[in-house]
Design a protein around this ligand. Sequence first.
Ligand code: ADP
Length: 265
Amino acid sequence: MQKIVLKVGGSVISEKNLDRLADFPLTIAEIKRRGEEYMRLDEIARVGREIKEAMDEGGFQLILVNGAGPFGHLLVKKKRPDEEVRASVRFQNERFVSELRACGLDVVPIPPSESCVFADERFDIDYLWEIAQMLLEEGKTPSTYGDMLADGKIISGDDLVALLAKKWRADRIIVATDVDGVYTKDPNAKAEASFVKQLRVADSGAKLEYTLNSIDITGGMQSKVEKLKGAAAAGIECRIINGMKPGNIKAALLGDEGFGTSIVA
Ligand code: ADP
């Protein structure tokens, strides 16, 4: 059975429009009251249906990772207390999970702040991985997310994707974001950006230019590519796709390689 790690980007499941984010709630009490307004619940439900259909059709096991969007990045930028940041990303993940469960998926959250540490200059995800394995054995789908660990150390969804895929010896990583893949320049800012169908681990990346979304604190597309190169070097097939286009996530899960940017060794 194929082993797939699917990352659903913060950009797919939550609000990105900076004007709308001006009113984003910054305390956990407020986030619980109106945080949902900043989640794209319809998109999450669509993603959930696509995953469910793919799982019903194809023989694969899945680990899910979601990005934090404003629930993480914005609170850190605004220097909110660590506990509030953790509660915020946890709120977002729980809401994500409950929407997926409503689609019939047996998804179970694993908070990194309760299962990972940063020690000796590296992330130790052993305990998270143990829980994930237990859940997979029971036929469930683990769902983890970008979070803040002890001492304010941030583990991004993209960190977790690469680390988990290597531990699991996953066959494939699919990263769903809000653009078709990697371009020579940010396609949202530069009309002349051209699409890159394939990136090799050995490519220096010198011809690629990236811009960072103003609230992003974990490196955006550039760091996504770097982390995926690490996984590709370990023999894992990696693909960045547009998760906003209906049907893409299902097709990618079922093995369609006709779209997105692949990152290969
Ligand atoms: P996610 O929240 O899904 O992890 P990010 O917002 O971190 O995604 O990254 C996706 C964004 O990266 C796109 O919306 C795009 O504007 C930006 N971006 C910057 N440089 C590039 C590039 N060279 N190619 C593709 N996207 C880029």
